[in-house]
Design a protein around this ligand. Structure first.
Ligand SMILES: NC(=O)c1ccc[n+]([C@@H]2O[C@H](COP(=O)([O-])OP(=O)(O)OC[C@H]3O[C@@H](n4cnc5c(N)ncnc54)[C@H](OP(=O)(O)O)[C@@H]3O)[C@@H](O)[C@H]2O)c1
Length: 287
């Protein structure tokens, strides 16, 4: 890939997208961000990116964004959009691009997520049947998932959530984006299935304790029971099969910590950032 080749980032204004754009720009790529017309979060995107309007639900709307691209940093917004249009979207990508870095999940890596759950494993399955040079970023949870605790921490000292003892190897979303940017702008990553994790094992309750230390307050954890948590997730829009998958996985993580890897450092040359440094950077969101 030459330094000024064009890379399209999907789900560009979410948690990972702006970091992906920033790392790709740093690598010298010309970067396009795919955004919905009424996207309220467009301001999150770094300067220097080209905005392309398009909707993954309408594959033909991607034609302009895909014109002349070499790579796609592919994320599918599973909670907002079913995968019905994914085969047509991948056909469009295959017709134009050479490389794809797809943000997948640790659930696929450990065999917990079946292809017929219409989630990450399904898109991997589709990509494996293309001629694209794909790289799968099978990520653990993101540090920023802890933003889910923020509203409770701002208004009290107790976080009520399921499975406080679930121990994860969460990754900084910027580190994940950096791995994907490398995969799209350097050689040697085709057909690799990377397990991307952070550098440490921390339970959810430990994450909350660290947030408390960072903001100078003593915080505690109170478990919400599985059934009540499932109902709350479904009520807030989670497809039931995704809620079951997530909660069952969290239950297993109370017995055995999540798997981890050194992929961030191996691929980017920079050690993965720990949760405390993420929390320190985001401290104001918890005050
Ligand atoms: N969080 C985790 O622990 C975890 C673990 C494993 C894998 N992942 C994967 O990581 C990926 C990235 O997650 P994220 O947290 O960065 O995502 P996110 O914050 O939920 O962002 C979703 C993005 O997709 C956009 N979008 C929604 N519907 C769209 C459509 N029809 N067409 C085009 N764009 C659309 C949204 O735009 P608007 O702002 O306009 O809605 C937003 O920019 C996801 O695919 C997720 O499955 C996450």
């Amino acid at each position: 890939m030459t330094a000024r080749n064009v890379v399209l980032v999907t789900a560009a204004t979410g948690n990972v997208g702006p970091h992906a754009v920033a790392h790709l720009l740093d690598a010298g790529a010309r970067v396009r961000a795919l955004v919905l017309r009424d996207d309220p979060n467009i301001g999150r995107l770094p300067q220097g990116v080209e905005i392309c309007y398009g909707d993954l639900a309408e594959p033909d709307s991607l034609d302009e964004a895909l014109e002349g691209v070499d790579g796609v940093f592919l994320m599918w917004p599973f909670f907002a959009l079913p995968v019905d249009t994914a085969p047509a979207v991948l056909k469009k990508i295959e017709a134009k691009a050479r490389r794809v870095a797809f943000v997948s999940s640790v659930g696929v890596h450990i065999g917990l997520e079946p292809v017929d759950n219409n989630c990450h494993a399904y898109i991997e399955h589709l990509l494996e049947r293309t001629t694209l040079e794909w790289t799968f970023l099978r990520t653990t949870g993101f540090h920023c998932n802890a933003m889910g605790f923020a509203a409770q921490i701002r208004t009290g000292d107790v976080v009520r959530y399921p499975y406080g003892e679930a121990t994860r190897t969460s990754v900084d979303e910027s580190d994940l984006a950096a791995v994907g940017a490398k995969a799209l702008t350097s050689d040697g990553h085709a057909r690799k299935k990377y397990l991307v994790s952070g550098p440490e094992e921390l339970s959810q309750a430990e994450q909350v304790r660290i947030i408390g230390e960072v903001i100078g307050r003593e915080l505690s954890w109170q478990d919400v029971e599985h059934g009540a948590a499932r109902q709350a997730m479904v009520d807030s829009g989670w497809p039931p099969s995704y809620a079951d998958g997530a909660l069952d996985y969290f239950a297993t993580l109370t017995k055995e910590p999540e798997v981890g890897s050194n992929v961030v450092e191996e691929v980017t040359g920079t050690p993965a950032r720990n949760f405390r440094s993420w929390a320190a950077e985001r401290a104001d969101a918890f005050r």
